[in-house]
Design a binder for this molecule. Structure first.
Ligand code: ADP
Ligand code: MG
Length: 257
């Protein structure tokens, strides 16, 4: 049984003029330690899928389980939204300390401060520890949000277009950071579900790409070469992948390897 399992999952948002169906009969499995991207056009249900995985919404029908449990806050997964979602009234360090103490009962302030410092070093934000969110660039805020997600020590990281508001340079830096975090997690590798509308980003980072069409999964694609993939090192594989993904997104192609 895969670590994350969705079986015939459907979800509708309630609305004043009737409910809006966002996902219909989605089934998929994700193994522990996998780095999976989810791509698809705007409005096809990517964020909804992540919200269900985070336990922020409950399925209208079907089953969803992570490690054999239904998802929920504090149950081993952590969602990182675009923009970071930091508490504006706390410093960067304060945000990380808060996350640490929320999730590690009995952790003293001094030790939390120390661990927060180490996490901020890991995301190259040690110099910004005492700044408030409004003082940060987009890339810095996103790095702080990643440090906070690491503080929670979640086995599963759910990332919803985390880099889409960033300029090219900051984006490339953070893409490498997230790969490092995934590869070098102490003990077991984290499971990463990475939502992006950028096919290039998905192809650079993930071992598998799940491609969505409105409300459902259109198909998927697995890479043979390890990430990060550059056009120099695996141009032919990337070219073929791009064509297949575009075909899937636009309704052509068929499912299968
Ligand atoms: P994506 O992240 O792929 O852009 P979403 O998951 O945000 O797509 O949205 C999927 C569908 O659900 C869209 O039709 C969107 O309009 C609808 N939707 C999203 N959030 C809500 C909401 N809070 N209330 C009603 N409909 C929503
Ligand atoms: Mg979205």
């Amino acid at each position: 049984m895969p670590y994350i399992e969705l079986k015939s999952l459907s979800f509708s948002y309630p609305g004043a003029t009737g409910s809006v169906s966002a996902l219909e009969d989605v089934s998929l499995g994700i193994e522990r330690g996998e780095f999976v991207s989810v791509v698809g056009k705007s409005g096809c249900g990517k964020s909804t899928l992540l919200r269900l995985l985070a336990g922020l919404e409950a399925p209208s029908s079907g089953v969803i389980s992570i490690g054999g449990e239904s998802p929920g806050p504090g149950r081993g997964s952590m969602i990182v939204f675009q923009g970071g979602g930091l508490f504006p009234w706390q410093t960067v360090r304060g945000n990380v300390v808060f996350a640490l103490r929320q999730t590690h009962r009995g952790l003293g302030r001094a030790e939390a401060e120390e661990r927060a410092g180490a996490l901020l070093e890991q995301v190259e934000l040690a110099d910004a520890a005492e700044l408030y969110p409004y003082q940060l660039s987009g890339g810095m805020a996103q790095r702080a949000a990643i440090a906070r997600a690491l503080a929670v020590d979640a086995m599963t990281l759910l990332l919803d277009e985390p880099f889409s508001a960033l300029d090219v340079g900051a984006r490339a830096q953070l893409q490498r950071l997230i790969l490092r975090v995934w590869e070098n997690a102490p003990g077991e590798r984290k499971t990463v579900v990475f939502v992006t509308h950028d096919i290039g980003e998905a192809m650079l980072l993930s071992g598998r790409i799940i491609c969505m069409r409105p409300r459902s999964v259109a198909g998927e694609l697995r890479f043979k070469s390890p990430a990060p993939r550059s056009p120099e090192s695996c141009g032919a594989e990337l070219e073929a992948a791009r064509e297949r993904l575009l075909a899937l997104m636009n309704g052509g192609g068929h499912d299968g390897e």
